[in-house]
Unconditional design. Structure first.
Length: 567
């Protein structure tokens, strides 16, 4: 009989999924489980850490990053081996890098019904104008698209605004070949893709609205690159043309098309051998003759583009068996070396890196201590920190208050850099990406210090959206407003719970009589004054101000949207 009773008892699953574990709901251990399937949650299973880990699920310490409104769990334990590419842990590591997944989880945790769909909001400024608005552009030789003088003007813009951070073209050699191109008629010249790519970026960084000339330049470059048949190791000119194409796409095109192009670029580099530092006595074929410094810069920038596009999408990157390239030499007025110095820590974010998660815990302070003066580099530093925070959140890592303040200080510098860049017609991809994800991480940190920066972040993002008024930017700005609104509503519901708890002792009492009740030590809040008297560290606290502020003032986060409506 006892056995029958035991069998009649409800069986509890030995392993509960993370959404059910966080919400303390019954889980049947399926994938997806019944509860997640009924409530529309993303069902996934985590690996409990075997070592002592920091907890992000409580908000007891001001200034400490918490998982409210999003709770993320650890996927790597001490001594754990590198997960195979198809393992759940590897997939969750890819997901942790993805900004789209991060935004989706924030929304699901606050309001599953109204959460934003999975999308890379604010990934770049977007296509400034639909091609159908102007019509198709025929692929023409560059000499038929633009005059030599205009070509030089756009090239000057490129070398002034883009080249200092993405410096992989010899300026002197470029202008020599530019002048030669207008003197000699050459058909099917692959270097036209370099000339067109430079001019297209020069137009992007000098014209707030797209022109027919820019569209023709882009079409000309793409045509030259796509029609080129690679029957032998790719030339430096071909790889350079592809690099310029990926840079332009990273700032204006969709994430997936950019990822495919950046992966193609990496395969071309591998086929060309530009990534190899071969000894002189090797029998392996050497790469196409190229200045070693230019070669390292070209490979480094290409890796930077493919790596971060892959991370943003939560997809695999193209990596070589060889290590990262040797750092290029430093030049006056050039910041490419400074940008590429972020590559090693960026590579540690790769989901297949065994040591990556453990290294991140100690690397964050080093990243924050980096001093960068150029706005594009400050934004790149911010982007790296934001991705590290997403990964640390997945590890339930608790950020000390002092480190949190350093993070907030850097993010404020990032917002200032984004404003200065868009006002100077420099639409680097991070002018949209960093402000949007800054808004998200400020909501996750969820302290007075972080929320105090929220209006500045929203105003910065609104400025970018108003200057580059594209479909992508309008959608991203609306999504940012939605996230803040969902957070505001949630905080309002929390305040109702607190209010009900305070007024539960006498629901018929008028609120005007409450301060008189609180003045009496014999009232319901006498226990709080006694607590202050017993604990020396609380004796300097303004108890009356604390009580009145929590009863008579609007909840933190309210009215944040009052000054954020788009013009």
């Amino acid at each position: 009989m006892a056995d029958a009773v035991g069998h009649a008892k409800r069986k509890r699953s030995k392993v509960a999924c993370e959404p059910c574990r966080e919400r303390k709901r019954k889980c049947n251990g399926a994938s997806p489980c019944t509860t997640c399937n009924d409530w529309g949650y993303d069902c996934y299973y985590g690996v409990l850490p075997q070592r002592k880990s920091y907890n992000m699920t409580q908000r007891s310490t001001p200034g400490v990053i918490s998982s409210n409104p999003i709770s993320l769990t650890s996927s790597r334990s001490e001594g754990q081996t590198d997960p195979p590419p198809d393992s759940p842990n590897h997939v969750r590591s890819l997901e942790a890098n993805s900004g789209a997944a991060f935004v989706r989880k924030i929304g699901l945790n606050m309001d599953p019904e109204n959460a934003p769909k999975l999308n890379l909001f604010g990934w770049n400024i977007g296509a400034r104008q639909s091609l159908c608005d102007i019509g198709p552009c025929a692929s023409l030789p560059i000499v038929d698209i633009i005059s030599e003088k205009d070509m030089k003007d756009l090239a000057n813009v490129y070398f002034t605004k883009v080249d200092p951070c993405y410096g992989f073209i010899d300026r002197h050699a470029f202008y020599e070949r530019l002048e030669a191109r207008w003197r000699v008629s050459i058909s099917n010249n692959i270097y036209d893709s370099v000339l067109s790519g430079v001019a297209a970026l020069g137009s992007l960084f000098s014209q707030r609205k797209i022109t027919i000339t820019e569209l023709s330049l882009v079409e000309s470059a793409c045509s030259r690159l796509d029609l080129n048949q690679v029957s032998e190791p790719p030339s430096v000119d071909l790889v350079t043309g592809w690099a310029l194409r990926v840079i332009y796409m990273r700032m204006t095109s969709s994430p997936h098309s950019t990822w495919i192009a950046s992966s193609t670029l990496m395969h071309l580099i591998e086929a060309s051998g530009l990534h190899l530092e071969l000894p002189s006595d090797t029998v392996l074929p050497h790469s196409t003759p190229c200045d070693p410094d230019i070669r390292r810069r070209l490979v480094g920038v290409s890796q930077h583009l493919n790596m971060w596009t892959s991370f943003d999408l939560g997809l695999s990157r193209v990596s070589f068996r060889s290590s990262l390239p040797f750092p290029p030499s430093q030049k006056a007025g050039d910041y490419t070396t400074e940008l590429l110095s972020l590559l090693p820590i960026s590579a540690s974010l790769d989901p297949g890196n065994t040591e990556g998660d453990r290294v991140l815990e100690s690397s964050l302070p080093n990243i924050l201590h980096g001093v960068h003066s150029q706005p594009p580099l400050i934004l790149a530093q911010c982007n790296l920190v934001l991705c590290v925070l997403r990964r640390l959140g997945k590890l339930s890592f608790n950020i000390p208050p002092t480190l949190t303040e350093q993070i907030l200080t850097l993010l404020k510098r990032g917002l200032s850099s984004a404003r200065s860049l868009v006002q100077d017609c420099c639409p680097w991809h991070h002018v949209a990406n960093v402000p949007f994800h800054t808004i998200c991480i400020l909501l996750v940190i969820d302290t007075r210090s972080s929320l105090a920066i929220l209006p500045d972040a929203m105003q910065t993002f609104e400025l970018v959206a108003s200057i580059y008024n594209t479909d992508a930017m309008r959608q991203a700005y609306s999504t940012a407003c939605l996230l803040v609104l969902l957070y505001q509503q949630r905080r309002g519901e929390d305040m109702k719970v607190f209010s009900n708890a305070l007024y539960m002792h006498d629901q018929h009492e008028d609120i005007d009589t409450l301060p008189q009740q609180l003045d009496s030590t014999s009232g319901e809040f006498a226990w709080l004054e006694g607590l202050v008297a017993d604990i020396p560290s609380l004796q300097k606290a303004d108890v009356d101000r604390f009580l009145y502020a929590n009863i008579t003032t609007p909840p933190l986060g309210m009215d944040l949207l009052s000054n954020m409506a788009p013009n």
